[in-house]
Design a binder for this molecule. Structure first.
Ligand code: TYD
Ligand code: MG
Length: 461
């Protein structure tokens, strides 16, 4: 693949809002008047004489393609290569797809490089791997590989940050897997913007994705998630790549969660769970066990709920602390869940649960650094708050799930039966669940108590 440059390509400054383009940068877009919206980019020159709207004659001598009926399209099965880590394969939708581009985002130090190094080391036994490092030196990476005891004889590594050289080398070696660690360090000489700027990150990623499509190489892009600032976050890349994975976790906890945010080859919201160890990331096959970090005693303010992440249910403990507030506006702090949702749940609790909570500070925390992204956790959050407020523990062998409506009704959630069975599998004996989720004639393996309203649920516990 030749690197396009020179006369068929040019750099322009294009407004991200209105699309106005000009050859020089300006603080204000002359097109729409917005400030700071001109971003440098490389664009193909239009072929001479071909004005965009000058008739629809098409290129000389070429027949235009005919559309076909969707039903008659022959579908080829997608080839997937297992990565060697089952939890990683799960979020990838079953394995690595040749010719796909995978973006792995996450805070610095969370373990992105380690995960990829482990993965490509395993893959390099049977396939060709090229690891490009722009952040760490070759010896640093090598030192880590040795410390982790990874088999790396066949992993090719190169310290490179210039896009054109990277593409030439990759084109010459044609590896099966190409790791770019990180995309923020790569720059194209065609652009004047600094490495890590939106223009550079976007252009370099676009070229690398094109390389993946043209050669069948699987390309991993590592991207740091940063707040708005000098480094462009990987958000600008999300629409370019096939798969977007986010690596998350509390810096204080040794557990790491990898989540599929977008996946053209599989389901989103799949979750893979790892534990950080001296010898690298280890898969956690039974994650429910680690998110139930309960001590031996019943504690007020703690409730176990059944979340669903992607294709599997997860048992997670939610904790609440309610204390009389000395502030004019009581504090509401939500860790691992949406703050607005918490405010709404507190209003429902006040109006329909009859619990006078308005003058109380409320803190809610999801154990294990997880994030509550579905409404099925509503009931558990509210009951944890009531439990803390009344200083009355909820027995340890109960699980709770259900969505709360604004009228205080408990609404059914997806896959209720499956959630009950998961709880039973982990030794829970009782469940508080939406009435419509408890099917008659089915035995989920525990005693399920149906509730229709929040008041019923509070009375039950
Ligand atoms: P690293 O992979 O460099 O993070 P990132 O690429 O996301 O910035 O990991 C940060 C540090 O943590 C690094 O010094 C290695 C160490 N580490 C372990 O010791 N064991 C592990 O399982 C992981 C994931 C990291
Ligand atoms: Mg790194």
């Amino acid at each position: 693949m030749a690197v396009a440059r020179g006369k068929d390509r040019r750099t322009v400054y294009r407004c991200t809002e209105c699309g106005h383009a000009q050859s020089k940068w300006a603080g204000q877009c002359p097109g729409c008047g917005l400030w700071n919206s001109l971003v440098e980019s490389v664009e193909d020159r239009a072929p001479p004489g071909a004005s965009r709207f000058s008739g629809y004659a098409g290129a000389a001598g070429q027949a235009d393609p005919e559309p076909v009926s969707l039903a008659t399209v022959e579908v080829e099965a997608i080839q997937r290569n297992p990565s060697g880590l089952e939890e990683f394969d799960r979020v990838l939708g079953g394995g690595l797809v040749p010719g796909s581009a995978v973006l792995i985002g996450g805070d610095p130090g969370i373990g992105k490089s380690t995960l990829l190094l482990q993965t490509v080391a395993a893959l390099s036994r049977s396939q060709q791997v090229l690891y490009l490092t722009g952040e760490e030196s070759i010896s640093q990476v090598s030192l880590r590989a040795r410390r982790l005891g990874l088999p790396c004889e066949t992993v090719q590594i190169l310290a490179a940050t210039e896009l054109e050289r990277i593409l030439r080398t990759a084109d010459r070696l044609r590896p099966d897997y190409l790791v770019v660690d990180s995309i923020q360090t790569v720059y194209s000489e065609l652009l004047q913007s600094a490495p890590g700027s939106v223009a550079q990150v976007r252009e370099c990623a676009a070229q690398l994705v094109r390389f993946a499509k043209q050669t069948g190489t699987t390309v991993f892009l590592v991207g740091h998630v940063t707040k708005e600032g000098a480094l462009a976050g990987p958000r600008v890349l999300e629409h370019m790549v096939d798969t977007v994975l986010y690596f998350e976790g509390d810096s204080g906890s040794r557990f790491r969660v990898i989540r599929a945010f977008k996946n053209r080859f599989g389901a989103v919201n799949e979750l893979g769970v790892f534990a950080m160890t001296e010898t690298g990331l280890k898969e956690v096959r039974n994650p429910s066990a680690i998110f139930l970090s309960r001590g031996d005693e019943d504690a007020p303010g703690s409730v176990v709920m059944v979340m669903r992440e992607g294709s599997r249910p997860l048992l997670v403990e939610v904790q609440a602390l309610v204390d009389e507030s000395h502030l004019p506006t009581p504090r509401r702090v939500a860790v691992g869940m949406d703050g607005n949702r918490l405010a709404m749940l507190l209003a429902i609790l006040h109006r329909h649960g009859g619990v006078p909570i308005l003058n109380q500070d409320v803190f809610v925390n999801l154990v294990g650094g997880l994030r509550l992204s579905e409404t099925a956790g509503d009931l558990a959050v509210v009951l944890a708050i009531v439990s803390s407020f009344r200083d009355r523990p909820i027995p340890r062998d109960w699980v709770v799930f259900g969505e709360l409506g604004l009228n205080g009704e408990v609404r059914p959630v997806q896959s209720g039966e499956e959630r009950l069975r998961e709880a039973a599998k982990h030794g829970f004996r009782h469940a508080l669940a939406p009435a419509r989720n408890i099917l008659r004639g089915h035995d989920p393996g525990l005693e399920a108590m149906p509730v229709k309203t929040l008041r019923e649920a509070i009375a039950a516990l």
